[in-house]
Design a binder for this molecule. Structure first.
Ligand SMILES: O=C(O)COP(=O)(O)O
Ligand SMILES: [Mg+2]
Length: 222
């Protein structure tokens, strides 16, 4: 088989590798209930993910008409405790994702994760979903001191994965902005968590299913 055109493929986590909205929604709503504020429908939470847990909490409170940083600080440990204990109760890999990861690994590609989740939570997630052998490198929102859309976490992910030719796969404007700033080619998924129409994400290519990932990477390199 011909050598694959990328040495490293880095992935965003929430809304890209897995649909984590059910467990994020449960953790957010548990926190809002504990604080005495209205819960948020799961469909709304999908558009709030991608900027880290505090941003999710901030948006969850804002949906109920509150914007108060002291409440975010009070809610943060409640959210983390609950989420850590229920991190993959209902989350699931997007259809075709594991087969695409298997194929990339079989073709010698190093797989890595660059997420705005706290790094420890990202490791816990991959462990809980049975992926700890798939990803030798995970960079979280707290790993390098700045989070996406700063290019530094993505560049660090690629460097720790051994460098070489790299591509990034993500679902949000945060991811496409990060990739552009890092000058790394980027594929976006039309089925992830978005706060705008996928065609407006500005990715180099947009795919509708994981079956399209490997041909898209080949095209991107072409
Ligand atoms: O918002 C988060 O906690 C992380 O989201 P991401 O994996 O899409 O970067
Ligand atoms: Mg995402």
């Amino acid at each position: 088989m011909a050598a694959f055109p990328f040495d490293v493929v880095a992935f965003d986590l929430d809304g890209t590798l897995a649909d984590t909205a059910p467990d994020l929604t449960a953790a957010l709503n548990h926190t809002l209930e504990q604080l005495g504020y209205p819960v948020v429908p799961a469909g709304d939470v999908r558009h709030m993910v991608g900027h880290g847990a505090k941003a999710l909490l901030r948006q969850g409170l804002a949906a109920g008409g509150r914007s108060d940083e002291a409440l975010v600080e009070r809610g943060f440990p409640i959210f983390l405790d609950y989420y850590e204990a229920h991190i993959a109760d209902e989350s699931f890999a997007f259809p075709g994702c594991e087969a695409a990861l298997d194929e990339l690994a079989a073709r010698g590609v190093i797989l890595a994760i660059c997420t705005n989740k706290l790094e420890a939570l990202a490791w816990r997630f991959v462990d809980a979903i049975g992926w700890n052998r798939r990803f030798p490198v995970i960079i979280g929102g707290d790993t390098v001191g700045v989070s996406k859309p700063d290019p530094a976490p993505l560049l660090a992910t690629i460097a720790r994965a051994g460098g070489g030719r790299a591509a990034f796969v993500g679902d949000s404007i945060t991811d496409t902005t990060t990739a552009r700033a890092a000058a790394i080619p980027c594929i976006a998924l039309s089925f992830g968590f978005h706060d705008r129409p996928p065609a407006e994400l500005g990715a180099d290519l947009l795919i509708d299913h994981y079956d399209e990932l490997i041909p898209a990477l080949e095209r991107l390199a072409g």
